[in-house]
Design a protein around this ligand. Structure first.
Ligand code: CA
Ligand code: CA
Ligand code: CA
Length: 341
């Protein structure tokens, strides 16, 4: 009995912990396209016409089934595709997105379209009755774009008293090809997609595909580590340094000059501040110069580095990794007077 009570307590605690650990999802995926409510009832238009592209333009929408032609309500990345389909034999279907419109809104028979992207190609296997198949994918979509498929003999449209909701393009359209015209309307294309936001525009959905939605350079953990610069030095007009990771680098040279302390600043000597305390200051010379550094050892020629007047110099280096993390490092070096020959 005691053991049972303990088990119950542990079970209760894990439920509570489970609730507490639920991630606070600010935004959820947006489902768009067909509601997948009506069964596929067309006998596979592409079968009659050969390989074709079917682009959805209108589908009934919630809650009353009103026709909707607005396409994707938001932009992002489609990470899941669903198709309500029937096929007598295994057949290939490719999910796509397209821009589509009716050049003459009064003429429902004609539409023009451009396919903008191609997602996964999947196999639809035969089933006794039509079923909803779900597939993962990764296809960027812009607000207002529509779902499409390439197919041959799949049944995935629903015709309700001659609806002109989708358009058949033969032959299949190529990504980005000039707008094509179709005079082959058909019923509702039974395809649906889930759009995840893509805040950093890296083409990976920010909820399930991208662990760092703030950095386009990674889909793994965010890079919060600044580059490490080691061994920065200048010798005979050449800068050398080691980098922990590839970075953009920039350099600024400055020369040590005598000055006079005025308040907190060390300024150029003048008649006015003659009596002030002596100090040293660094004055930038030459322009800041930029380049890129690879992980590991690097060398760069210091512009005019071999013609520097004798004195003490300071080189300031800034390294910025692809994620924008910055490190600043300085080195001081001396140029001796050249011996007269
Ligand atoms: Ca992303
Ligand atoms: Ca990312
Ligand atoms: Ca880094």
């Amino acid at each position: 009995m005691q053991q049972l009570e303990r088990r119950l307590l542990i079970a209760a605690l894990s439920v509570v912990t489970g609730i507490l650990l639920l991630p606070a999802l600010g935004r959820a995926a947006t489902t768009f396209g067909s509601r997948l409510k009506d069964q596929p009832a067309n006998s596979g238009e592409c079968q009659k016409l050969g390989a074709c592209t079917i682009i959805s333009f209108i589908h009934p929408s919630e809650p009353n089934g009103d026709p909707y032609s607005g396409g994707a309500p938001v932009g992002g990345v489609i990470t899941k595709f669903r198709i309500y389909a029937f096929t007598p034999a295994p057949t290939l279907v490719t999910f796509r997105v397209a821009d589509i419109s009716r050049p003459n809104p009064m003429n429902q028979t004609t539409a023009t379209a451009t396919v903008t992207g191609t997602g996964p190609t999947v196999t639809i296997n035969p089933t006794e009755d039509p079923v909803i198949h779900e597939f993962g994918g990764r296809l960027p979509v812009k607000k207002g774009q529509h779902l499409a498929i390439d197919a041959t003999d799949v049944q995935a449209t629903h015709n309700d008293s001659g609806d002109k909701f989708s358009y058949i393009f033969t032959p299949q359209l190529l990504d980005g090809a000039p707008a094509a015209t179709s005079n082959e309307p058909t019923g509702e294309l039974l395809v649906q997609g889930d759009i995840e936001p893509d805040a950093d525009n890296d083409g990976f959905g920010d909820e399930t595909q991208d662990q760092c939605p703030s950095q386009a350079t990674t889909q793994g953990q965010c890079d919060k580590t600044p580059p490490v610069v080691k061994g920065l030095k200048v010798r005979d007009g050449t800068i050398s340094y080691r980098l922990s990771e590839a970075s953009k680098v920039s350099f600024q040279l400055a020369k040590k000059l005598p000055g006079r302390r005025v308040g907190r600043k060390c300024v150029a000597p003048s008649a006015k501040n003659k009596g002030h305390k002596r100090c040293s200051r660094f004055k930038p010379i030459g322009a800041r110069f930029k380049g890129s550094g690879k992980a590991g050892p690097n060398t760069v020629t210091l512009p005019n580095g071999k013609k520097l007047a004798p004195g003490t110099y300071r080189l300031t280096m800034t390294a910025t990794d692809v994620a924008g993390n910055k490190t600043t490092e300085t080195t001081t070096f001396k140029v001796k007077k050249r011996k007269k020959k």
